[in-house]
Design a protein around this ligand. Structure first.
Ligand SMILES: [Zn+2]
Ligand SMILES: [Zn+2]
Length: 339
């Protein structure tokens, strides 16, 4: 910890309203409330969910809002669980009531009163943030700040999506080979699965990226893989992919939709679902997903490929994500910028 006094204001990228670019602003440093820690942000990942919020597809953000739910930083003020200077990660799940039926069933990801980081609560596209320390994770030392950031959503929700495919999976399809896919493919391979990666038709760069991160086969989303799949994960927000994936999974196979938003799914013949095929979604994450993922990730070891942008280039990072021009995960670096 340096002994410089805490500044009273900080730089942040603000969302004033949907469908407008983020605006660089000087705002007060937030004050931690009960149970919260103040965190100096070192890096924050940029996720498809951020894009859905900016584009107005997720309709109830707090406004103005500081986006960002893959936050890596150091604790400034001591909490009960963390000491000053300790590095923590802050994920999408920011708060739950803990006593509703969903929470009591162990499905805190479905808590109707849940608050989400960078949506209901200000997030990490800023120099400081506050977070409920019960929802912060200690991070494995293996990872530098920028590399750790995408693990907090692409990694965690990707991991939950992968686990929902079930145990009896040897041939795993992945539609949309971006941030989540390239992390989860490494875990799947470590567990002995074979990976079949599907990308936008003709996207040779994404197919090469998939092969580099462990795909046994990579091809266009419109074509059949060389053998039937036991399960398919969909990370691209494209409804017609649900139908494509159903065509490719064997009887009893599972199609898991990992995104928070997706375009409409076209109607399809019942024969595609018949024979006990399953379509399901994944919503948010639980703290247990995080504990499991951060236990397995350094063992694999999962390595994240990141493209780093300065805080003020958040709009450019979002635009590149929207147009599919990113390989791997976009991360804002908060440490390489002047005070
Ligand atoms: Zn996310
Ligand atoms: Zn609850």
């Amino acid at each position: 910890m340096d002994s410089k006094p805490l500044p009273s204001t900080m730089r942040a990228m603000l969302l004033d309203a949907p469908q407008a670019p983020l605006r660089l602003a000087e705002v007060p440093v937030p004050q931690p409330g009960p149970g919260q820690v103040l965190i100096k942000v070192h890096a924050c990942g940029v996720c498809h969910t951020d894009l859905h919020i900016v584009d107005g597809e997720l309709t109830k953000p707090k406004l103005p809002l500081i986006l960002g739910h893959q936050i890596v930083g150091t604790v400034v003020s001591a909490g009960v669980h963390f000491r000053p200077g300790q590095r923590v990660g802050v994920p999408w799940l920011g708060w739950v009531d803990g006593d509703c039926p969903a929470c009591r069933r162990g499905q805190e990801n479905l808590c109707p009163r849940a608050k989400f980081t960078g949506y209901d609560l200000d997030g990490g596209f800023a120099e400081y943030t506050v977070a409920d320390e019960r929802f912060c994770f200690p991070l494995p030392d293996l990872y530098e700040d920028a590399e750790a950031a995408p693990l907090l959503c692409a990694g965690l929700i990707g991991y939950r999506t992968y686990r929902m495919a079930g145990e009896q999976v040897e041939r795993l399809g992945i539609y949309g080979f971006g941030a989540a896919a390239h992390l989860i493919a490494q875990v799947a391979r470590y567990e002995g699965k074979r990976i079949f990666a599907f990308t936008r038709p003709g996207d040779a760069a994404a197919q090469e990226f998939a092969r580099r991160h462990g795909a046994d086969w990579a091809g266009d989303s419109t074509v059949a893989p060389p053998e039937p799949l036991d399960a398919a994960l969909i990370f691209a927000p494209v409804g017609p992919l649900v139908v494509e994936a159903l065509k490719r999974v064997r009887p009893g196979g599972v199609v898991v939709c990992g995104g928070i938003h997706m375009s409409d799914i076209p109607s399809f013949p019942y024969a595609l679902l018949w024979e006990e095929r399953v379509v399901r979604s994944v919503a948010n994450l639980t703290r247990r997903d995080g504990e499991e993922f951060f236990a397995i990730a350094p063992r694999v070891p999962v390595r994240a490929e990141v493209q780093v942008f300065p805080l003020e280039a958040a709009n450019e990072a979002l635009n590149r994500l929207r147009s599919g021009q990113l390989t791997g995960a976009a991360v804002l670096n908060l440490m390489g910028t002047p005070d």
